[in-house]
Ligand binder design. Structure first.
Ligand code: FES
Length: 152
């Protein structure tokens, strides 16, 4: 297991109110997940290669919100964490599956790509609108106390 302090980029919290939707662009570079899985089919090898990385505290992502974190220990990997319901957290690759832009906001239960308007469900990552046809990449998320980890 590998742990390291993560950097909250403090750029992703976008709030929706009843009368006004506020969208902010996520700052930072597009992160793509380059998960390479060997074709050997040996489960032990895959399991041995999995590492666990600290992403953030549960307090860093408010209910019905999202935030992107840069995980230094994972080579600067960007991880989008959502909390679609109180106490329920999800971890996604923040790169839009349409053309790779970093997602830029949240509208109700949808993450939004501001480039061409694709939307993705905050709980499942499934595309819900716009040109994207594939779901966001997911990370295996675990929680110990108030700390969230991904395993990759
Ligand atoms: S890059 Fe996101 S909708 Fe086109």
């Amino acid at each position: 297991m590998s742990e390291n302090t993560c950097t909250n980029r403090n750029v992703t919290v976008v709030k929706e109110t009843k009368s006004q939707l506020s969208r902010k662009h996520f700052l930072g570079a597009i992160a793509s997940v380059a998960a390479t899985v060997g074709l050997s089919g040996i489960a032990e090898s895959a399991s041995a290669a999995t590492k666990k990385y600290k992403v953030c505290s549960t307090k860093d992502v408010k209910v019905k919100s999202a935030n992107i974190f840069q995980v230094a220990a994972a080579g600067g990997l960007l991880v989008l964490i959502t909390q679609p319901k109180a106490g329920v957290f999800r971890a996604f690759n923040p790169s839009c599956t349409h053309a790779g832009a970093t997602l830029g906001g949240i509208n109700g239960t949808n993450l939004v790509c501001n480039v061409h308007g694709a939307t993705f469900n905050t709980s499942t990552g499934a595309p819900t609108g716009g040109p994207a046809r594939s779901a966001l990449g997911k990370y295996t998320l675990s929680q110990t106390g108030t700390t969230l980890y991904i395993s990759i």
